[in-house]
Design a protein. Sequence first.
Length: 439
Amino acid sequence: MGNAWGSMRMSGVVLAAALAVTACGGKTQGTEEAQKAPAESAKPVKLQVLTPGGGNNEWFMDRYGKSIQQKYPHISFEVIENTGQTVQNLVTEKRKIDLIITSFVGYRGQIKPVELTADMSDLIKKHQFDINRLDPAYMDMIRNLDGGKVTALPLYDLSLLLYYNKDIFDKFGVPYPTDNMTWESLYSVATRLTRNEGGVQYRGFVTAPSNLVSVNQLSLGYLDSKGEKAALQTDPWKQFIETMLPLYTMPGYNATKAMISGNAIKEAFFKEKSSAMFVMFNSDAPKPEDGLNWNAVSLPEMKQAPGVGSQPYPVYIAVASTSEHRDEAFLSIAHLLSDEVQTKLMSDFAQISPLKSTEVKAAFGRNVAQWQGKNIAAIRAKKPAAPPAYVGEYNNFGQTAITNAMLSVIVGEKDMNTALRDADEEVNKKIAEAKAMKK
């Protein structure tokens, strides 16, 4: 949960992992949760917190728990650490879980299938939480996934940016990238930086295709609108891959699957410092100890989608269906979504708030060392792409298949048409198998 990189791997992604008091009257903060705690709230309560993408007690308490306890001192927390236990195992063991924090992909692929979700509409009404304060895109994603129900609320969002190593650009006398570039213009920059110099193989651009696919700018889905059949063998997916392909196949690049789909990508940018540009989520920004002379610009545009960035990639927080302390769990969530706490999370942890408030959003990275002097405006430079219409339980099959198809085209294993046809067939087979197992 600590960063988007881990969350992305977890889903197959996410990366990837918000906090205080309702200020000056609950209504302007969107909730009167502080004023209407349940009668039994004075009793000590320990909430069990599940974070499938990673995270421990120290991480949770530092970001969220301490703030909640300032308002509700009777609530304590225990994080169920990811020590090899699968979510399915926890369900089988009938472990009581109260709060869940996970990326949308983790929620879709790990939480929903084992029925750890529950409609929170009654809690929203009971505690007068103003859901209209939240950006509707995040709510639409959950409602589309859960048949119109509100089973989770967005805690923070992640956005793709183009990071660049200024030293490599300076070394070869190439102007830095800028906001609002197209992928085609980025290619011309990347070619000038892809070279072998002093025994070091430099590459202008090294990025995991999985990042680009999972929150693609064209809002391309993996399945048909009913979620019953693959939808990968299409002209839009072909055009998407064709746009990206030159960045991986330019002269001297010599891509391999290991280089562009595993930890080697991150090492090339952070440690070897041989990659000039790298697309990552905002949570993956280099830290001072990484020793990188870096900055960031907005994600390059697709020609057919000018001004559009990556899709929302929110991390959600939910009251689990197994919770025996639903009120306390929801009050904790409501507190984390107050303006004051969200401002603190934006400023101290560089989390992108799901709130509409421009004042809250303006606090991004204010107190975070790694963002000082950086192009923070790049995060909000693009309009987020709309999520696909279908985001159901078989989505992960499609996401994995199209990523693998793109990889196979990049390294020359398959031509485009064959790769997409094989991907479609693979997804349809897996959907049929999954349905058969339910019978």
